[in-house]
Design a protein around this ligand. Structure first.
Ligand code: ZN
Length: 156
């Protein structure tokens, strides 16, 4: 595994839409492992492929329940609304409040190409929405309600 460079806000690649992954190659699997290593090193709870300069629909998330690798994640259902604080590894040193669904149900492919569904809530649901936004070229700051003085917020 290897650390990848995290792209910072202002880099045009963060504003582009990522393409679907049609074949889960060895290269994609290596990228997912590198993304987990990079996320852990940066003490983040999530990372999307465009954040390392790859415009493919893949994200990794770890909110403390072990790493998740999501390929082509798609939101199926949302429920409720919660306003909470977010940060982003691509927007260092800042954080702010964003409204997200309380619960999110997604469909995705795992590393072996199996189609899976996942129901999430709380921080996991928030991280999933944040990372899927990255695949559309959207940063949380686009949706930020209020900027807050950073404390020890987790960056996703
Ligand atoms: Zn982010």
């Amino acid at each position: 595994m290897a650390l990848r460079e995290i792209r910072i806000d202002g880099d045009p690649i963060l504003r582009k839409k990522s393409r679907e992954i049609t074949e889960i190659t060895e290269r994609i699997k290596v990228m997912l492992d590198d993304m987990i290593e990079t996320m852990n090193e940066a003490e983040g709870v999530g990372l999307a492929a465009p954040q390392i300069g790859v415009l493919r629909r893949a994200v990794v998330i770890d909110v403390g329940q072990g790493p998740l690798k999501l390929i082509n994640p798609e939101i199926l259902e949302v429920e409720g609304e919660v306003v909470d604080v977010e940060g982003c590894l691509s927007v260092p040193g800042r954080s702010g409040t964003v409204s997200r669904p309380e619960k999110v149900k997604i469909r995705y492919l795992d590393e072996d190409g199996n189609e899976k569904e996942l129901e999430s809530e709380g921080l996991l649901a928030r991280a999933i929405c944040h990372e899927i936004d990255h695949l559309e070229g959207v940063l949380y700051t686009d949706k930020m309600i209020e900027e807050i003085i950073p404390e020890e917020d987790e960056e996703v």
